[in-house]
Design a protein around this ligand. Structure first.
Ligand SMILES: NC(=O)c1ccc[n+]([C@@H]2O[C@H](COP(=O)([O-])OP(=O)(O)OC[C@H]3O[C@@H](n4cnc5c(N)ncnc54)[C@H](OP(=O)(O)O)[C@@H]3O)[C@@H](O)[C@H]2O)c1
Length: 278
């Protein structure tokens, strides 16, 4: 049954979005456009501090603000935790039902099959640990939505990087021994609305694109869809000598009844490219 988006007084649902300047934040603003929205970027609310005065008490909070620089978190784990753990606690302190976004990087990648909600997390990196502790900080009235490999029309993401590099070079070296589900933020935002509107139970939910691939597969698909003539040289992640270890395998699937099913990552890629063109 779909939930009514109006509160008992007949007003529209009052929804606060944190991290509205980020790529997921942008998509949430679109997907929840029927609500009365307060969309705050970092300048509007740095979540390391308690909430600024708000014009109203929210009925729903969508918490998309986060430290997302995975490599930088290795050198600066305390600052990453201040944003991802302390920040989530500050957002939960509002007391409203909360969607807290988390990551496939809470897993170590050693499982033979897709990760479901009941699998034990074992983060490999400071970022992954901060996201896992952030999940706990979200409290008992939260949907903890884990997703993976996000991309969208705005911000820093793999699609935008490949479009730039593909225009400049004949060949790019791309990791071929990390497998996951590239998820379009528009599809994640729609699935989040579906989850909340259905009145789904709180707790952890895995919402990631259908299908899976390596970064190299994804790069080839980006070039294939756009007609960019750039070769993909498949490399091992070890060749990049990045500070933060990543899970080699982090395909997310849901084992929960009523979990929204997202479109395939190729459809997400096409939808994203179409938005960029438009
Ligand atoms: N990106 C991925 O591949 C991925 C995968 C799985 C899960 N996630 C999770 O999905 C959520 C959204 O990620 P995203 O991809 O949209 O990241 P994003 O584009 O980097 O957006 C995050 C936003 O949060 C802001 N922010 C950082 N620290 C803040 C603070 N202390 N207070 C307020 N705002 C702050 C950032 O502002 P500045 O730009 O000014 O720093 C940025 O606008 C995060 O929880 C992330 O951990 C992401």
């Amino acid at each position: 049954m779909e939930h009514d988006h109006t509160n008992p007084l007949g007003a529209r649902r009052r929804t606060l979005i944190t991290g509205a300047g980020g790529q997921l934040g942008h998509a949430l603003v679109q997907a929840f456009g029927g609500d009365e929205l307060l969309a705050l970027d970092r300048a509007g609310w740095d979540v390391r501090h308690e909430a600024p005065p708000l014009p109203w008490t929210p009925d729903l909070v969508l918490h998309a603000a986060a430290w997302t620089n995975v490599d930088a978190a290795e050198d600066d784990p305390q600052d990453a935790a201040a944003a991802n753990v302390g920040g989530t606690a500050n957002v939960a302190a509002l007391g409203a039902p909360l969607v807290a976004f988390s990551s496939d990087y809470v897993f170590d990648g050693a499982k033979a099959g897709a990760y479901v909600e009941s699998d034990a997390p074992a983060p490999l990196s400071a970022y992954g640990r901060s996201k896992l502790h952030g999940e706990a900080a979200a409290g008992g009235r939260a949907w903890v939505v884990r997703s993976s490999w996000l991309f969208g029309e705005t911000g820093h993401n793999f699609v935008r990087t490949m479009l730039r590099l593909g225009a400049e070079r004949d060949e790019v070296a791309v990791v071929d021994d990390q497998r996951g589900c590239p998820t379009y933020v528009g599809h994640l935002a729609d699935a989040t609305r579906e989850l909340v509107d259905a009145g789904a139970g709180f707790g952890v939910w895995h919402l990631a694109a259908a299908g899976d691939c390596t970064w190299a597969d994804f790069a080839e698909a980006i070039f294939g869809e756009t007609g960019i003539r750039c070769r993909v040289r498949r490399i091992a992640i070890a060749e990049l000598e990045r500070p933060a270890p990543r899970p080699a395998y982090s395909v997310l699937r849901s084992e929960r009844m009523g979990a929204p099913v997202l479109p395939h990552w190729r459809d997400g890629l096409r939808a994203c490219l179409a938005e960029m063109d438009g």
